[in-house]
Design a binder for this molecule. Structure first.
Ligand code: SAM
Length: 344
């Protein structure tokens, strides 16, 4: 069966009274796939990828767009309705709008979003919107050009141009993701809040995670988001807020403005009990938890010609292996792969 004529499969499975929902052993319903389309990146954020890192997967190991569509269609048959494209930097993969358009046409995928560093977004924002992308998350750790360069190795002006193009193309909400680091950028919180109020962006703060040696080196700069929240409460009138489809972030709103601020706290307050996602790497490995090594390799099966029924069964089995939680605090050395390999 090809990816475009599978729409009745889930209905048929339900008619046959076969429960093919993706529910893991801890009762969590899996509805969300993070899809990495490349492990390459055009930035080198020091907490993510080593400066001289070149050991990327060979493109023949990358899933092709046809293979990606088959896997996501199988997930959609099993009840997944949200897909986020990530990487590496997804905009370095050729013809990304083509993939977006094909994902958008998979019945059941009704929330299709992209995580990007926005370096190349000014070229692509309009075509991504036309292709059916619903939402954008943009990583931005500093509004100071020199500091931005020292954190990422890149140029802030390109990111700002990308954000402007995304606004012009009509993306809303645009979420800004800021990894909060003590002694690096925690003094920019108020500036970032004001920037997001001015541009009508949503803001999310993220705690550093010990993923790969780079991530572990950044834990020297770890700061609990409770500290940031208290500082914000001193400066702004904060009320509890809600963000539809907000995922693990807990939201607050700045009174008198539309600004919602999300706090993603994998370290100070993990949210594993509500985890609803799995991750597909560019080389076709299904990772069941960002902070664990449990995985199922789909690429060899796809290349051996696995059928659609069997593919769905492999996915169902994979979900039965999803671990209960990560151990970022107890075993910070556990995940050796870099964030860009799993897809952040
Ligand atoms: N290139 C895209 C981007 O910049 O958003 C997508 C991939 S990037 C790996 C996804 C997110 O992971 C970014 O917001 C990045 O800041 C975050 N990230 C990477 N390493 C991290 C770490 N060790 N701790 C916390 N966040 C991390």
């Amino acid at each position: 069966m090809n990816a475009y004529n599978h729409s009745g499969v889930r209905g048929k499975l339900l008619d046959m009274n076969i429960d093919k929902s993706l529910v893991d052993p801890f009762g969590r319903k899996i509805e969300y796939v993070r899809l990495s389309v490349t492990d390459k990146c055009d930035l080198r954020c020091f907490y993510c990828l080593p400066k001289a890192f070149k050991n990327f997967k060979e493109p023949e190991h990358w899933l092709t767009y046809d293979e990606i569509i088959r896997v996501i269609a199988a997930f959609s048959d099993l009840g997944v309705n949200r897909v986020r494209i990530t990487g590496g930097e997804p905009l370095v993969r050729k013809n990304l709008p083509e993939l977006v358009s094909r994902l958008h046409r998979i019945p059941g995928v009704n929330d299709l979003s992209l995580s990007t560093n926005a370096v190349q977004l000014s070229k692509h924002a309009e075509s991504l919107k036309q292709a059916g992308l619903s939402r954008l998350n943009v990583s931005l750790d500093s509004l100071d050009p020199k500091r931005f360069k020292s954190i990422t190795g890149g140029k802030l002006e390109k990111v700002l141009a990308g954000l402007q193009a995304a606004k012009m193309a009509g993306f809303k909400p645009i979420k800004i993701n800021m990894v909060m680091m003590n002694g690096i950028n925690e003094d920019e919180v108020n500036n970032m809040v004001q920037f997001c109020i001015d541009h009508d962006f949503t803001l999310r703060f993220i705690e550093t995670m010990p993923i790969g040696d780079t991530g572990r080196s950044a834990t020297d700069h770890y700061i609990s988001l409770d500290v940031i929240k208290s500082r914000l409460e001193e400066k702004f009138d904060m009320m509890s807020g809600v963000m539809p489809g907000g995922g693990p972030a807990k939201y607050m709103q700045v009174a008198g403005t539309d600004l919602r601020i999300g706090f993603i706290t994998p370290i100070s307050q993990h949210f594993c009990e509500s985890c609803n996602r799995v991750r597909l790497s560019v080389d076709g490995i299904l990772y069941l938890c960002l902070g664990q090594n449990d995985k199922v390799e789909l690429r060899p099966l796809l290349r051996k010609g696995i059928g659609d029924d069997e593919l769905r069964d492999v996915i169902l089995h994979a979900i039965s292996l999803k671990p209960e939680r990560h151990f970022f605090n107890d075993k910070p050395g556990q995940v050796v792969r870099f964030m860009s390999m799993t897809g952040g």
